[in-house]
Design a protein around this ligand. Structure first.
Ligand SMILES: [Zn+2]
Length: 286
């Protein structure tokens, strides 16, 4: 077997060399050089192979894949079964995307534990359901774009196009004039914020702006762009900076209605892997 020698930096800044097979595959997809190196780095840092799982669905249901860490500390990527119909190239891109998420976890980027404090009001079943929705939206629509903003430039440098899925979704939406999920000003500005952080400098960014103008949503576009600028101007690279800017984003999206307490950090262990959790409490202003 051909063995390549590779050097890279681990978190402590120590340069190590490891031997790895040059022809690694993941989900039966042969990984090109830079992706194969990333996989080797992840497996070295976790001290375990990346496990592969095909699943029927993920939450939220429009997710195609996710990265996670099992109780024993093993990294795992789950991919929805329907993805297997897609081309190997786009599956490779998705796998690389998830490998970057695994790297961020190893770098100390936290799992979020979000809760809402209503003060003296005791939340009823309806409020608890709203809570769940709000925290899921923050995770998917506000937090993930910050993480993507952090690693997409490097992914582009590896020859991948991480914006492809999102820009395709937008182009389909535009073609069908599909406005689902964009009913409110908040929905519209969150969608715009996501695009501003994830589209990079692709032509679709200008198309989106034009589309918003045609719909009479210029105010949502402006506000979404302003919120994205909170992230681009802070340019977070550390876990703490990323969580700090998320808090400002959450407050700005809910202008005047919510205050985020400073996050409480907790380290939990999964096997030998330390995993960070950031507990964030959002206080509803009276
Ligand atoms: Zn992602």
């Amino acid at each position: 077997m051909i063995v390549a020698l590779l050097a890279f930096s681990v978190a402590a800044g120590v340069v190590v060399s490891v031997s790895l097979p040059a022809d690694r595959t993941l989900f039966s997809v042969p990984l090109r050089g830079s992706a194969s190196h990333l996989l080797a780095e992840i497996e070295d840092r976790y001290g375990a192979r990346v496990q592969e799982a095909w699943v029927d669905t993920l939450t939220p249901s429009n997710r195609l894949a996710e990265a996670d860490v099992l109780a024993d500390g093993s990294p795992i990527i789950r991919v929805v079964r329907s993805f297997s119909k897609q081309t190997p190239a786009s599956l490779e891109e998705t796998l690389v995307h998830e490998l970057f998420h695994l790297r961020l976890i190893a770098d100390g980027f936290p799992a979020l534990d979000l809760s809402i404090d209503y003060g003296s009001v005791v939340p009823d079943a309806h409020m608890r359901r709203v809570n769940e929705q709000v925290t899921r939206t923050i995770q998917v629509s506000l937090w993930d774009p910050i993480l993507h903003f952090i690693f997409y430039p490097e992914m582009r440098g590896m020859g991948f196009d991480p914006s492809f899925v999102n820009t395709e979704e937008f182009l389909t939406r535009r073609r069908k004039n599909d406005l689902s999920g964009l009913e409110t000003h908040t929905d519209q500005l969150q969608y715009y914020y996501n695009a501003a952080l994830e589209f990079g400098d692709r032509a679709e960014a200008a198309l989106l702006s034009q589309w918003y103008k045609e719909r009479g949503w210029a105010a949502s576009a402006e506000e979404g762009a302003a919120i994205a600028r909170l992230v681009t101007s802070a340019h977070p690279t550390s876990p703490h900076d990323a969580v700090e800017v998320l808090a400002r984003v959450v407050e700005r999206v809910n202008t005047g209605k919510v205050n985020c307490d400073p996050a409480r950090w907790q380290q939990v262990r999964r096997g030998r892997m330390p995993i960070q959790v950031a507990h964030i409490t959002m206080r509803i202003r009276p």
